[in-house]
Design a binder for this molecule. Structure first.
Ligand SMILES: C[S@@+](CC[C@H](N)C(=O)[O-])C[C@H]1O[C@@H](n2cnc3c(N)ncnc32)[C@H](O)[C@@H]1O
Length: 402
């Protein structure tokens, strides 16, 4: 086949070019600007996926991936690209999603904030192979590559990974996490009753019940505050990334503002905004996260309260009561907030909406709904807190259209 010149990067980390017949082709482990030789592996009427055979003209941004598992493990997609170029490509992907899926012309995408290249993750979810070893799944496969050392883990989490060992018979998925205090292994999926591996690391099962060993609650520290995080509660996986998210969310909030923090987790943004002098209501549906948030925000109870509720229900009630707040902060799960919640929060927010997104495509779909409801994007700041992987976090700020 004729060489292919790659011209862009798709959401997901593949470089994109065109086949001689004009169809778009997606190529993993390549870089926009390169000319490559490929073998088509998926042939569709309008696009194709291809395996990289040879880089004929390499990009100046091509680097040697430091991880020996890189081409087998499905976790990282960008280790072959220099960090600065990854940051640039991330911003391009965000802009392209906001334009194509969000229908926003020339969206204002800021330079990517990139806290660290490696050694940043404070939690990781491992699959368990047939021999009870922890590993990650290969890309687009159910096969598991056993992995003892992951370069993305921070030091404490790598230590916890080693302490977790490789004797997890009965479990199919185990999360290893560490905080500024404490570390734990959490069995998030199992066939039946998992065996307790040897060692001293705290171990528990997700979904409650008594811990199998030790205390699996960890303490996190961000923006000068500490947060209790129970095994069933979410916390940002990159502490330096969380600092950046807090800094960006805080830009939109002034002393005395009334703020709704939707999908609040254990109270990260609610706490940071209350400390800044805002009056915050945190809405969280998860029972353990809401309980953690109550404890974490106790010292700020004059300015912060926690409502354990589904965001959709809470917003529908707020609309019925004709309630409004100055600022709505939302940090929904990967699929986004969805049409109903967006339509309601577009009415509940008076001045500003700050959307913390872990998927730029979901952000873009929700941004389209916000635009239709009379809001406009001020800026979108990519926070590349999962460097080397295809995951992208974005903080997007919206204001009422003039
Ligand atoms: C991405 S996390 C964000 C947590 C928090 N903002 C933080 O940065 O630590 C999303 C949170 O939303 C909660 N959640 C998911 N769906 C929800 C819903 N429909 N209503 C309320 N909370 C929800 C989850 O339990 C989780 O704690």
């Amino acid at each position: 086949m004729q060489p292919v010149r790659l011209t862009g990067m798709a959401h997901g980390g593949d470089a994109v070019g065109h086949l001689p017949d004009g169809r778009a082709v997606f190529v993993g482990f390549a870089i926009p600007g390169e000319t490559v030789r490929v073998e088509v592996t998926t042939d569709k009427p309008r696009w194709a996926r291809a395996r990289l055979l040879e880089v004929l003209e390499p990009s100046p941004d091509r680097v040697d991936p430091p991880c020996p598992y890189y081409r087998t493990c499905g976790g990282c997609r960008l280790q072959h690209i220099a960090g600065d170029r990854q940051a640039q490509l991330v911003a391009q992907v965000v802009g392209e999603q906001l334009q194509r899926l969000g229908g926003i012309d020339a969206p204002a995408v800021a330079d990517t904030v990139r806290p660290a290249d490696y050694g940043y993750r404070s939690r990781a979810r491992f699959a368990v192979d047939g021999a009870g070893r922890l590993g990650f799944r290969k890309a687009a496969s159910h096969d598991i590559v056993a992995i003892d050392r992951c370069l993305l883990l921070d030091e404490a989490t790598q230590t916890a990974r080693e302490a977790a060992g490789n004797r997890w018979a009965g479990a199919t998925e185990v999360e290893v996490r560490s905080g500024v205090q404490g570390a734990a292994a959490i069995v998030s999926r199992a066939h039946g009753r998992p065996a307790l591996p040897p060692g001293e690391l705290a171990v528990t099962r997700r979904g409650g019940g008594r811990p199998l060993r030790g205390d699996p609650v960890v303490t996190e520290s961000v923006a000068g505050m500490t947060f209790r995080v129970s095994p069933g509660s979410f916390f940002q996986a990159n502490r330096a990334g969380a600092e950046e998210l807090v800094r960006l969310v805080r830009r939109a909030v002034a002393v005395g503002d009334h703020v709704l923090d939707l999908y609040a987790g254990v109270g990260l943004f609610a706490g940071a905004l209350a400390v800044q002098g805002a009056d915050v209501t945190a809405v969280e549906a998860g029972a353990t996260a809401a309980a953690d948030a109550r404890r974490n925000l106790r010292a700020l109870s004059r300015l912060a309260r926690v409502v354990k509720a589904q965001v959709e229900r809470y917003l529908a009630d707020a609309v019925a009561r004709r309630e409004q707040v100055d600022v709505v902060v939302l940090d929904p799960p990967r699929q986004g907030a969805g049409t109903a919640a967006i339509a309601d929060l577009a009415r509940v927010a008076r001045r500003t909406i700050v959307y913390v997104a872990c998927d730029p495509a979901a952000l873009a779909r929700d941004a389209r709904a916000l635009t239709a409801a009379g809001w406009q994007l001020v800026d979108a700041v990519p926070v590349d807190q999962f460097a080397q992987t295809a995951a992208i976090e974005v903080v997007a700020t919206f204001t009422r259209a003039a």
